[in-house]
Design a protein around this ligand. Structure first.
Ligand code: BEZ
Ligand code: FE
Length: 272
């Protein structure tokens, strides 16, 4: 094995003026070389790898981003989430934003219903507070989830505009409340090279039922997270590894539907 090959290549980047770019590119070279050596990669296998990456690029357009899906299914997105999230045990953990977030949803009144589809009714409620237990008033809470057919509004022309998307403010006590329906599990898009990779490697494409939350308040770190249904068959095998035990919730039966009581804790921004 000729170790000097890797050294020669990293040295070729030694005049890179930007220290961070140099660090990232040289680490990438070291790990790529180590990877190829570890698996004794053949020319034919790397050709297949190049064909796969080419097909992944060709599947991308203004709406579809197959490389993000690749990052998600390889667990790289959730590793980045782990690297970049706070590690304060008192605060709510983050989870993946996913590709279906939409800005510009109309704000709804406290307790409004975001569902225009039939489904099992759920009352979601709780508080937003800081890590000292102080309520955060007027926090912006954005939520989005799939309809019972497993599709988000935006993927499905048959759903009314804004279906199952909500934008709320916490009240003076930091409380939020809204009505919706129980989310369902759904497959990530499988009609591209990432879907073929999952099939070829014996993996399913399902995300367990969840509802996304994004919470923003002045003076606090933004929180992007999701609540996962404890009774979902895929809760322990999420195709994109977004589930964290602290984000798994029970849907408690209540008056012909369910109730989810869930509080969120934000981290105050460090003062400059
Ligand atoms: C989502 O939860 O919306 C999602 C996340 C990653 C890939 C596909 C979908
Ligand atoms: Fe989702």
């Amino acid at each position: 094995m000729n170790e000097s090959l890797t050294q020669n290549v990293t040295e070729a980047f030694s005049r890179c003026a930007d220290a961070r770019t140099k660090e990232i590119v040289t680490a990438l070279v070291r790990h790529l070389h180590a990877f190829a050596r570890e698996v004794n990669l053949t020319h034919d296998e790397w050709r297949q790898g190049i064909d796969f990456l080419t097909a992944t690029g060709k599947k991308c357009d203004g709406i579809r981003q197959e490389f993000i899906l690749l990052s998600d299914t390889l667990g790289l997105s959730i590793v980045l989430d782990d690297i970049n999230q706070h590690h304060d045990d008192a605060a709510t953990e983050s989870s993946l934003l996913g590709p279906f977030y939409r800005d510009g949803v109309k704000e709804s009144a406290f307790g409004a219903n975001i569902a225009q589809s039939d489904g099992e009714p759920v009352f979601f409620h709780g508080t937003v507070s800081d890590t000292n237990g102080r309520p955060v008033a007027d926090a912006l809470i954005e939520v989005w989830q799939t309809a019972p057919n497993g599709m988000y509004e935006g993927q499905d022309p048959d759903q009314p505009e804004g279906n199952l998307r909500g934008r709320f403010r916490t009240n003076a006590n930091g409380a939020y409340a809204f009505h919706s329906i129980k989310p369902t599990s759904y497959p990530i898009p499988t009609d591209g090279p990432v879907g073929r990779l999952l099939v070829a490697t014996g993996r399913h494409p399902m995300r367990p039922a969840h509802i996304h939350f994004r919470i923003d308040a002045p003076g606090y770190e933004s929180l992007t997270t999701a609540l996962y249904s404890s009774d979902d068959p895929y809760v322990n095998s999420d195709a994109v590894f977004g589930v964290k035990p602290s984000l798994v919730v029970e849907y408690a039966p209540k008056e012909g539907g369910y109730e989810v009581a869930r509080d969120f804790t934000l981290i105050a921004k460090a003062r400059a």
